[in-house]
Design a protein around this ligand. Structure first.
Ligand SMILES: Cc1cc2nc3c(=O)[nH]c(=O)nc-3n(C[C@H](O)[C@H](O)[C@H](O)COP(=O)(O)O)c2cc1C
Length: 177
């Protein structure tokens, strides 16, 4: 910690990634969205299958509708945009892992541009409703959306330190336990 130079800067950047669910209404420039999608496209995946496509949503009525389906993606309601990863729906275990990597990379690329983001999951009937709303074929897998926008400053100031377990509780040396 406190290391100077590029490594220190990069570690500080990684340490600063938080979920942002409250946004200013300012639009996110196309160039920024392009960078985010390019970082997503270049993600590694199991067997390099790249089992993903993306639906980028700006339309306010659609974002509101997505926020309202069963699940926890309510923060899409006031986000300037959302990205919904659409997974191939062929290899559940691998695609779940790939999707997690993808979402984290989208969040990091956004953060590099000062854009905040949060994952939101669709569950239960929400999944079919999202497919219907976005015209996604039934056989594809949809689980997550990522809300994106410039963080609302007041909301950011209200936040405390990230609640995380200390390393002493989660790291084992040589053997577990
Ligand atoms: C797999 C996964 C699913 C998540 N699902 C949701 C969700 O449905 N809705 C939501 O608001 N946040 C969701 N989050 C964000 C977590 O709540 C967040 O990462 C956690 O509370 C830590 O927040 P912080 O990094 O701001 O401290 C999800 C995160 C992950 C990794």
């Amino acid at each position: 910690m406190g290391e100077k130079g590029a490594a220190g800067d990069n570690i500080s950047f990684l340490l600063s990634l938080r979920a942002v669910r409250e946004f200013r209404p300012d639009p996110v420039p196309e160039k920024v969205i392009g960078d985010i999608l390019e970082v997503a496209r270049l993600s590694g995946s199991a067997s390099n299958k790249q089992p993903w496509e993306f639906v980028v949503v700006w339309d306010r009525a659609t974002l509101r509708a997505l926020a309202a389906v069963e699940g926890y993606a309510y923060h899409l309601k006031d986000a300037p945009l959302g990205i919904v990863p659409v997974m191939a729906g062929e290899r559940e275990e691998q695609e779940s892992y790939d999707e997690g990597r993808l979402c984290e990379r989208i969040m990091l690329a956004a953060k590099a541009h000062g854009v905040g983001s949060s994952i939101g999951w669709f569950v239960g009937s929400g999944v079919a409703e999202v497919k219907e709303l976005l015209g996604i074929p039934q056989e594809r897998r949809v689980r997550s959306a990522i809300s994106l926008g410039y963080p609302d400053g007041a909301a950011r100031r209200r936040r405390g330190a990230p609640a995380r377990k200390p390393l002493s509780e989660i790291v084992h040396e040589e053997r577990y336990g």
